[in-house]
Design a protein around this ligand. Structure first.
Ligand code: C5P
Length: 234
């Protein structure tokens, strides 16, 4: 079963729509991602409702603040019983270490993932905020820092998978959005990769939104992705 690989992004403007989609998915076959929009609407209740449906949850809130504040936010997120949380690596080593330390005595510790450079930022955008490296250089730098600070992995685009895999240990997780099965609409994603290619390039988890959630039959769309993954995973 490929539940281990697929995270469906529940990018919906209302709790009702998100839960209706959850009803059409299968917690034995995927996990779900709750981002800033849905969490701002539905709060801890939507997390509780999705857990009651049997789903493991990636709470994608990308914390970025002073170490003490991020540590407390990570504890609050862990108290919700989510499976994965994330922080911005740009918050620095001390912030990431505080996040790691905050989760030390939890029994079910959520996976703690770092965001490196937002894929919406290009070289010019970085220069404008005083960073003279390219996005690629920054991704590698921040991924190494995240690893050293004890993060379990990073969110990264498919095209960053190969260099990250070459530079960091195999058990450092990579969570990869921008996944488009053969023939799926690309929509606003600029750099996409198919599920099979992303897994072969070393993705630990695939974040898939609209190819599943906008499909007439979400479970059928999920099955097609599972089949594609199955064809490349021994
Ligand atoms: O619908 P789609 O498959 O494009 O959804 C991808 C999900 O992954 C969305 O929730 C989006 O916010 C998220 N994401 C992304 N690119 C990043 C980071 C997160 O698409 N670099």
């Amino acid at each position: 079963m490929n539940k281990g690989r697929l995270i469906v992004a529940l990018d919906f403007p209302s709790v009702d729509q998100a839960l209706a989609m959850a009803d059409r998915l299968d917690p034995a076959r995927c996990r779900v991602k709750v981002g800033k929009e849905l969490f701002s609407r539905g709060g801890p209740e939507v997390i509780g409702a999705l857990r009651a449906h049997g789903f493991e949850i990636f709470l994608d809130l990308k914390f970025h603040d002073i170490p003490n504040t991020v540590a407390a936010a990570c504890r609050a997120a862990a108290d919700l019983g989510v499976w994965m949380i994330n922080v911005h690596a740009l918050g620095g080593r001390k912030m990431m270490a505080a996040a790691r330390g905050a989760l030390a005595d939890y029994q079910n510790v959520p996976l703690l993932i770092a965001v490196t450079v937002l894929t919406s930022l290009d070289t010019e955008d970085l220069a404008e905020v005083g960073i003279s490296s390219t996005p690629e250089q920054m991704v590698m730098r921040l991924a190494r820092l995240a690893y050293e600070a004890g993060m379990d992995g990073v969110v990264c685009s498919a095209r960053e998978l190969a260099p990250l895999r070459a530079a960091l240990p195999a058990d450092f997780l990579t969570v990869t959005p921008g996944i488009r099965p053969q023939g799926a609409a690309v929509a606003d994603q600029k750099r996409v990769m198919s599920p099979g290619d992303a897994i072969q390039a070393g993705a630990s988890y695939l974040v898939v939104g609209r190819p599943v959630t906008a499909a007439k039959q979400p479970l059928q769309a999920l099955a097609a992705i599972e089949a594609e993954i199955g064809s490349v995973v021994a």
